[in-house]
Write a protein that binds this ligand. Structure first.
Ligand code: 13P
Ligand code: SF4
Length: 392
């Protein structure tokens, strides 16, 4: 029996029963105006000073981003957590796997020793802020796939690579099996690292990032079978396909970036001559192949920042980030690549209400929504994460 899902705990919605809802701990916060929530959040930040570090992913809504100390993409945030010195608590405005990574990196043995045994607590303002892509690969499925493929290939020669957008248990699997973690900003360097150590790569959970990256390394689509964890045998492949593979791609995707289509690109090029298409590599191959620039969230931001006034862009990534780029770069013409709303619904769960509730509890000495990865998982995940941080 496969244990699903791994990273998205159930939401805590209202029940519709007023008496029950009145007991919900967030209830007193729900009726507060944004202005009041903002003032109260800032009051806690002032009071806790350097003891508190609020990190925010670029996909967060503006009103949350305004209250973060540092913002970044997945790679930058993991580096920030790894470097955190003075703080006692990290409040992570992002999703569950990011908070897990922060817990692992901020509490490395050398860091704990340097703090005389003190851990950094990591809090996620809403436990329902998971990631649908991370949920597409459960550890039991990955282990079952590994055992299945070992019947036809030598898994000693397979390097498992997990995208950072995955549960800590998958990172631990990579740590235990000579593998590594990657983010969208270092995926190519990580694949090169892997091919220096083995003949093949098993890449999960995002097939698109794996495929788009491997295609830049002269690996063909035919050498990249897709492993469907729900198929009855060999992930839906023949033994021959697995034997002749170079990268075995997990059948997972980001529900946000999956929505961008080649016809969106064609339409923009037709209606806006001279426009450039800038996309995230979580987009499907059909979009990634015809884009002018493909890159991580950090690269997308840098590319716009470094472009001259008057540049026209259609950008294929999360909506909140594209809207922020529009506001920050009025000298350029920025469009959202899709005609439909593609926003990350789970990132969006972090709002002022949850942030204020988390911070005021913290100030009053209560840790709510703490993310704490168990020791064994931490030990092996850290190995895979440190391998990634060492790759340049
Ligand atoms: P990056 O921050 O690595 O670009 O990843 C995008 C993403 O989907 C985060 O959840
Ligand atoms: Fe997951 Fe996609 Fe949301 Fe990132 S944008 S958290 S990959 S669903």
């Amino acid at each position: 029996m496969v244990d699903l899902p791994t990273t998205t705990p159930p939401a805590q919605p209202t029940t519709g029963n007023d008496e029950v809802d009145a007991l919900h701990p967030l209830k007193p916060y729900r009726s507060l105006e944004n202005e009041v929530l903002q003032q109260r959040i800032e009051a806690v930040r002032q009071e806790l000073g350097d003891e508190l570090l609020i990190l925010g992913h670029h996909y967060q809504q503006d009103e949350v981003i305004e209250h973060t100390d540092l913002r970044g993409d997945s790679y930058q945030l993991s580096e920030m957590a790894a470097k955190s010195q003075a703080c006692r608590t990290i409040v992570f405005c992002g999703v569950h796997f990011m908070a897990e990574t922060a817990d692992i990196l901020a509490n490395r043995p050398d860091r704990i020793e340097a703090r005389d045994g003190r851990r950094v607590d990591v809090l996620l303002p809403d436990m329902a802020a998971g990631c649908s892509m991370a949920d597409m690969a459960a550890i039991a499925q990955v282990e079952a796939a590994w055992a299945d493929m070992s019947e036809v290939i030598d898994t000693e020669q397979v390097i498992p690579v997990t995208y950072i957008n995955s549960a800590a248990s998958l990172k631990a699997f990579c740590g235990r099996n000579g593998g590594i973690v990657c983010t969208s900003s270092n995926a190519r360097a990580v694949l090169e690292w892997a091919f220096e150590r083995g003949q093949r790569v098993f890449f999960f959970p995002d097939q698109h990032l794996g495929r788009n990256t491997a295609l830049t390394m002269d690996i063909t689509e035919e050498q990249m079978p897709v492993w469907d964890p729900y198929a009855l045998e060999m992930g839906g492949n023949t033994d021959e396909q697995i034997k002749s593979s170079r990268v075995i791609l997990w059948k997972g995707h980001c529900s946000v970036h999956q929505m961008f289509r080649a016809e969106h690109v064609d339409r923009f090029r037709k209606e806006h001559p001279g426009i450039k298409i800038l996309v995230h590599p979580e987009c499907p191959r059909e979009v990634n192949d015809i884009a002018d620039v493909s890159g991580s969230t950090g690269k997308i931001i840098q590319t716009v920042k470094n472009s001259p006034a008057g540049t026209k862009w259609a950008i294929g990534t999360e909506l909140h980030l594209v809207n922020r780029l529009k506001d920050e770069h009025p000298e350029q013409e920025i469009h959202f690549l899709s005609p439909v709303v593609c926003m990350c619904a789970t990132m969006y769960r972090i709002d002022l209400t949850h942030l204020c509730w988390t911070l005021e509890n913290l100030r009053d000495g209560r840790l709510v929504n703490q993310i704490r990865v168990d020791e064994e998982t931490t030990k092996w995940s850290l190995i895979a994460l440190e391998r990634m941080l060492a790759v340049k």
